[in-house]
Design a protein around this ligand. Structure first.
Ligand code: DAK
Length: 260
């Protein structure tokens, strides 16, 4: 994998993707979004990947938004097309087979917060700032922010955040449920890796199905969601991992899952 705007490392089933445009605070331009889409297609085929971490390069920002300078000359059709590019890539991320942890190491604004919200959950450094400041630029969020923020924080907070365009501290974001953990900045990546490593030792098929079930249950009526869970619960009894997990418990051993 060779990308100009991304760097990637993998160790023991855990991949770490770094968004790499530090001079522009990792702002999302067209090239970066295109490369991110290509990266996700490739990585989703990797059978030895069990958890992915996404973070930003440099010590200031996760991602400071969509690239404002690149948006300057867009007309309405171009803006819609740019919005679709970002929406499609973030949707691809959301449905990636393995869990994705956003390690937010500074500013996560606009498209940066939209990227983090397409991950499974957000760990943030103690100095992080999160928000959707698009209305300050006379814009609205265009990469899924009006859709996903409400699911994270509820209707009222989503509207408050979007209309004011304010930046929120990681502590505030933790208090209203956008961030699941706050870490001292120096410890953020190690904490994300530790959590990813723990996840990678769980049944990979089970984790992937749980991700899909939790994601999809939000769009289904209660009975349909229960039925979907039931059939996935049944399907998992066809896997080798289920035998490995249950036998390990009975024999008082640690399971060594195969992901099958
Ligand atoms: N885009 C492009 N460049 C950016 C950038 C961005 N979002 N954010 C920062 N940079 C660049 C700065 O221009 C500066 O570059 P030089 O001037 O050195 O060439 C460099 O990064 C360092 O930034 P600062 O000098 O400003 O650093 P500070 O520490 O002083 O300030 C800051 C940090 C994060 C508070 C500030 O940079 C800032 O306010 N940045 C913009 C944050 C923001 O408003 N983000 C939301 C962007 S809007 C849509 C699709 C998508 C979207 C909307 C519509 N459609 C297609 C309809 C999404 C929109 C957004 O995400």
């Amino acid at each position: 994998m060779n990308f100009e705007t991304l760097s990637y490392e993998k160790k023991d089933f855990v991949g770490t993707l770094t968004i790499n445009r530090p001079k522009a605070l990792n702002a999302l331009n067209r090239q970066l979004l295109t490369e991110l889409g290509q990266f996700l297609n490739e990585v989703d085929e990797d059978k030895d990947l069990r958890c992915l971490i996404i973070t930003g390069s440099g010590d200031k920002a996760f991602v400071a938004g969509a690239d404002i300078k690149e948006m300057e000359d867009l007309d309405a059709a171009g803006a819609k097309e740019f919005s679709k590019l970002g929406q499609d890539v973030f949707r691809r991320l959301e449905v990636l087979k393995v869990p994705v942890i956003a390690a937010v190491n500074g500013f996560a604004l606009g498209g940066g917060l939209e990227l983090a919200m397409a991950c499974d959950f957000i760990l943030a450094s103690d100095d992080a700032k999160l928000g959707l400041p698009e209305t300050s630029l006379g814009l609205i969020p265009g990469f899924g922010g009006t859709v996903r923020l409400r699911r994270y924080v509820g209707m009222g907070k989503a509207k408050e955040m979007t209309y004011t365009g304010d930046h929120y501290s990681s502590e505030e974001a933790y208090n209203f449920g956008l961030v699941t953990k706050i870490l001292p900045k120096a410890d953020l990546l190690a904490a994300a890796e530790k959590m990813a490593s723990k996840i990678s030792k769980r049944g990979p098929v089970a984790v992937g199905i749980a991700k899909m079930a939790i994601n999809e249950s939000g769009d289904l009526a209660l009975d349909a969601a229960m039925e979907m869970e039931r059939s996935q619960f049944g399907a998992i009894f066809k896997t080798e991992d289920k035998n490995i997990g249950i036998n390990a418990f009975i024999n008082k051993e640690k399971p060594n899952f195969k992901g099958e």
